[in-house]
Design a binder for this molecule. Structure first.
Ligand SMILES: NC(=O)c1ccc[n+]([C@@H]2O[C@H](COP(=O)([O-])OP(=O)(O)OC[C@H]3O[C@@H](n4cnc5c(N)ncnc54)[C@H](O)[C@@H]3O)[C@@H](O)[C@H]2O)c1
Length: 265
């Protein structure tokens, strides 16, 4: 697969989890990366890992910073034709204990941020009559969820609605919109989140793989990246408005393995 014709903005591309996998896969296939991060230092650090990468800073919750970031991208890279809305924050807390500030942060990054970046990206495509491609990073929580994840899950369900409606709205301009829904992928933010229900996050991860997935391996960030690369490529030219779950079979299980092998004692 050759993606050397693509210039792709990856938001939160300095993150060690899904974002790193997306950047690595796109780099492997020859794309030029524009890596956004909350701080320019983090964006610069990440950019050093790839062959063609331009670092840019913006807190995606701020319309002003996002608009400024797009002017900078135009200056440094010209028009771009790919967007991966990866930046996101998690929240694992009982619904009745969530603070307003936590709600606002989760919705601010996951929804407002995704919309703001998409807005300026689509404007740039339409103003310059360019065809382009959007891939949003959802989650298996957009499909089904668990206790303590109501707020996070609702942001990911919203992402999936956004993905589908945009695919219809923008299809006539040759713009596609798809999403991937990762399952449990090893990432820094997860260990913090797991502490909401376990004192041993590593053991939790092991048990999850053994008991909660059809395939018994840990999903690597590059697995997500390769699926994103496919969705950005011409190989997927007839696919739009879809969500592909990169979840080692988590969402197709009616019950977990322990229950399947359940024996009455
Ligand atoms: N790791 C998983 O298991 C998993 C599973 C399903 C979905 N996801 C999704 O994948 C995406 C990446 O998550 P990750 O787990 O790799 O996390 P991560 O914390 O490793 O990376 C997220 C990155 O986003 C950046 N970011 C946060 N707020 C920002 C803001 N306001 N502006 C700009 N950048 C900001 C952070 O600096 C960080 O580098 C998220 O959308 C997440 O919901 C992750």
């Amino acid at each position: 697969m050759d993606l050397s014709h693509l210039k792709v903005l990856v938001t939160g591309g300095g993150g060690g989890g899904v974002g790193a996998g997306v950047c690595q896969a796109l780099d492997n296939f020859g794309a030029t990366l524009i890596i956004n991060e909350l701080t320019i230092e983090k964006a610069v650090e990440a950019s050093k890992l790839y062959k063609k990468a331009i670092p840019v800073q913006a807190d995606l919750r701020s319309a002003e910073e996002v608009e400024k970031m797009f002017s900078e991208i135009k200056e440094k890279a010209g028009n771009i034709n790919g967007l991966v809305n990866n930046a996101g924050v998690g929240l694992a807390k009982p619904v009745h204990e969530v603070e307003e500030s936590e709600f606002d942060r989760t919705y601010g990054v996951n929804i407002r941020g995704t919309w703001l970046v998409t807005k300026y990206f689509v404007k740039q495509l339409l103003d310059n009559k360019i065809k382009g491609n959007i891939v949003n990073i959802s989650s298996i929580h957009g499909f089904a969820s668990q206790p303590n994840y109501s707020i996070y899950a609702s942001t990911k369900s919203a992402i999936e609605g956004f993905t589908k409606a945009m695919a219809y709205e923008l299809g006539g301009y040759g713009i596609r919109s798809n999403a991937i829904g990762p399952g449990l992928v090893h990432a820094e933010q997860n260990y913090e989140l797991f502490k909401a229900f376990t004192s041993d996050p590593e053991k939790y991860e092991e048990d999850f793989i053994e008991n909660q997935q059809a395939l018994n391996h840990l999903i690597q960030p590059i697995d997500c990246g390769n699926t994103v690369a496919f969705l950005l490529s011409e190989l997927s030219r007839s696919i739009t408005g879809q969500v592909i779950y990169v979840d080692a079979g988590k969402t197709i299980m009616l019950c977990n393995r322990e229950f399947t092998t359940y024996k009455e004692r």
